[in-house]
Ligand binder design. Sequence first.
Ligand SMILES: Nc1ncnc2c1ncn2[C@@H]1O[C@H](COP(=O)(O)OP(=O)(O)O)[C@@H](O)[C@H]1O
Ligand SMILES: O=P(O)(O)OC[C@H]1O[C@](O)(COP(=O)(O)O)[C@@H](O)[C@@H]1O
Ligand SMILES: [Mg+2]
Length: 332
Amino acid sequence: MYIQDLVNKGGMKMKKIAVLTSGGDAPGMNAAIRAIMRVASRKGVEVYGIYDGYTGLVNGKIEKLKNIDVSEILSRGGTILGSSRLPEFKEDQVQMQAINQLKERGIEGLIVIGGDGTYRGALELSQKGICCVGIPGTIDNDINGTDETIGFHTALYNIVDAVNKLRDTSSSHHRCFVIEVMGNHKDSLALYSGIACGSEFIITKNTGYDEDYIIQMMDYYEKQQGKKHAIIIASEKMIDVEKLAERISKETHFSGRSIVLGHIQRGGSPVPQDRILASQMGQYAVELLLNHQSGYCVCKKDNHIVARKIEDALNDVSEIQERMYQLFNELV
Ligand SMILES: Nc1ncnc2c1ncn2[C@@H]1O[C@H](COP(=O)(O)OP(=O)(O)O)[C@@H](O)[C@H]1O
Ligand SMILES: O=P(O)(O)OC[C@H]1O[C@](O)(COP(=O)(O)O)[C@@H](O)[C@@H]1O
Ligand SMILES: [Mg+2]
């Protein structure tokens, strides 16, 4: 659905809205908060910041945002509102506590910025009568309804930057690096960084893991292709990177080394792509909310910013992924 269709629908004008960030922080969340604040205040709507995600919503850590609060935050990683994970938010009674906090303050609409988990929470709130809209903020890029999530490009940049450095040592010392990247059961970071870094292997849920085959191929790359370096990128929760590196050292001519990139991937100043995406999505989310499009989320599809139902965005099947695997296989 395009923005004009939604604008045409009209609706009662909201005077107070709120925003929260939830789940893993993602670079660009601040740019989205800034856009929400700027766009809403121009329309005469008050914006409340909810601190520490759903935890702050339940406990009433809610404050009216001033324009100065969103000054000089565009370039900052993390989230000025703070974030959290609150497993209890799945419980009806906890959700009702959150709803009461909003009602007590006369807040009529809520924008949540987060990943798939945050979206499930938003869906519950919207089913319980709160006008709620989602913005995808997660480095995992695991919301299939949108081609990109805020933070994904910065995390990818961080991984590529780290792998470039590891490659220097890899080539100089005839080493194979086995690198674990984040993604929480989803393969986007491993797949895209594998393409961007020219890795020899990627290991994801989709590729599966055949350790003997990897050893055999490492041997082939070294002996037949004369490679002096090798990079293997594994999605987290798939393998023990240290064990694979040890086996590579024992059974091939490469010396194997492993590294878990960890939270370094999630930090730092957002790259321009994330800042722009977040600004576009923040603006669009305000429009959606003011048009009472509860239970919708902002997506980027084929270069257009569009609205989709949260359920649809979560349950969609990604078509890009298959093409990207094909690309990886043709380049390796
Ligand atoms: N099924 C659910 N129902 C209600 N709230 C949920 C549900 N799943 C997750 N949440 C809430 O969303 C928060 C963030 O989810 P999480 O998966 O940790 O991060 P992300 O939103 O980035 O994927 C959780 O800590 C929880 O408070
Ligand atoms: O920071 P934590 O709590 O250790 O969580 C790590 C997880 O968070 C992420 O960085 C981001 O995940 P979410 O966006 O779903 O919160 C995952 O890639 C990773 O599995
Ligand atoms: Mg998630």
